[in-house]
Design a protein around this ligand. Structure first.
Ligand code: ASP
Ligand code: MG
Length: 401
């Protein structure tokens, strides 16, 4: 088999851990597999480098920042190659460029354009383990780029797709994807399998196990993903297109606290009002999530919507500046809310899923401010202070005690 294995920063944080990673890789290799390893920068190195840059020049150009940040991952791959050498496993480390990873030119947030796998394939032919620096590539002019924070997952999936790997294993500090965050819901259990779509919904809602773009890419190229722990030897969670759905109506519950609500009260009840509001948000590059328009009264209506917490002030300022032209009576904001969602491909074929969720919330005496749904997700906006009890109640409802 051809296996891509990715290890995150905490798995390569010190010499001991790098040796442990080398041990896992060596076992995989000795079992007769071709192995490509993708590593993140050790520990908090990326953050530390960003800080260091800011000390010298807070306005440093993105090109130079990428030049600097790419060095973290290079340290990891070189050190890990040395660890493999020391236990007799032939290994070669590579930068993104050496691995043939070409990206677009947006420094700091480049997209992988193509992978020229010639060199990779010839090293695999020579039975070497290849260690590729994650999170980086080069432009067509050979300038070094990085592909966005947390991007090593995406590097791994891109390589797995290009090399048609049998599986892409993402080793991390949790042993898989859970029905809910076990720190909040202790009864949460590990899922054996989950679909790409479910994983995307869970990831974008704060189950921060995998970089979203990596899951999108895995779905696009049908790369089988496995999320597993680098600290235990247990099987993790497989992410793939279809899973056996044994009566499970939902796969997981997620919470997103990075949310704020804006309510515009007393808007004119005429065409174009929503357009004006959301065109303004789009012009400020503000992402809007749940939108609710209420019937209102006497030629007026209200619109509420949610944004990321960090976008609240800019959104509020923009709206107040345009108060006259949009035409609303008042604006009300709240940032003490959170979004709790249930996700499950199984809900497409079963009825009453939303009702069960609302019943759990009713039993727990939790008030719902807003609701939104998609084919495989139901989200509610509730007070932040209720998050924990809501998640526990919903979990009990769907998964029992
Ligand atoms: N080291 C990079 C970061 O911290 C990339 C990664 O870890 O995936 O964002
Ligand atoms: Mg990560």
């Amino acid at each position: 088999m051809l296996i891509v294995q990715k290890f995150g920063g905490s798995s390569v944080a010190d010499a001991q851990r790098i040796k442990r990673v080398a041990g896992i890789v060596a076992d995989t290799y000795k079992n007769g597999n071709d192995v490509v390893v993708v590593l993140s920068a050790p520990g908090d190195m990326t953050d530390d480098l960003i800080e260091k840059a800011a000390e010298i020049n807070p306005g440093a150009s993105r090109r130079e920042l990428d030049m600097l940040l790419s060095t973290g991952e290079q340290q990891s791959v070189a050190l890990c190659a040395m660890a493999l050498e020391s236990i007799g496993i032939p290994a070669v480390s590579m930068t993104g460029w050496q691995a043939g990873i070409q990206t677009t030119g947006q420094y700091g947030n480049a997209r992988i354009r193509s992978i020229n796998s010639e060199r990779l394939l010839s090293e695999l032919d020579r039975k070497r383990v290849i260690l590729v620096a994650g999170f980086q590539g080069t432009t067509s002019f050979y300038d070094i780029t990085t592909i966005g924070r947390g991007g090593s997952d995406t590097t791994a999936v891109a390589l797995a797709a290009a090399l048609k790997a049998d599986v892409c294993q993402i080793f991390t500090d949790v042993d898989g994807v859970y029905t809910a965050d076990p720190r909040i819901v202790p009864e949460a259990s590990k899922l054996d399998e989950i679909t790409y779509d479910e994983m995307l919904e869970l990831a974008s809602m704060g189950a921060k196990v995998l970089h979203n773009r990596s899951v999108e890419m895995a779905r696009k190229y049908s790369v089988k993903l496995e999320v597993r722990s680098s600290f235990t030897n247990k099987p993790g969670t497989i992410v793939k297109e279809n899973v056996k759905m044994e009566e499970t109506r939902i796969s997981g519950i997620a919470k997103d606290s990075d949310i704020a609500r804006i309510a515009l009260v007393g808007l004119r009840d005429e065409p174009g009002v929503a357009f004006k509001v959301f065109r303004l948000m789009a012009a400020q590059n503000i992402n809007v999530d749940i939108i609710l328009q209420s019937i209102g009264r006497e030629n007026s209506k209200d619109i509420s919507f949610t944004v990321h917490k960090g976008d609240l002030k800019p959104a509020e300022n923009a709206l107040l500046t345009e108060k006259e032209s949009i035409g609303f009576a008042s604006l009300d904001v709240s940032s003490t809310l959170c979004k709790v969602s249930i996700v499950g491909a199984g809900m497409i074929n079963s009825s009453g899923v939303a009702a069960s969720m609302f019943e759990a919330l009713y039993d727990a005496n939790v008030n719902i401010h807003m609701i939104s749904t998609s084919e495989i997700k139901v989200s509610v906006l509730i007070d932040d202070v209720n998050a924990e009890i809501a998640m526990k109640a919903i979990h009990r409802k769907f998964f029992g005690d």
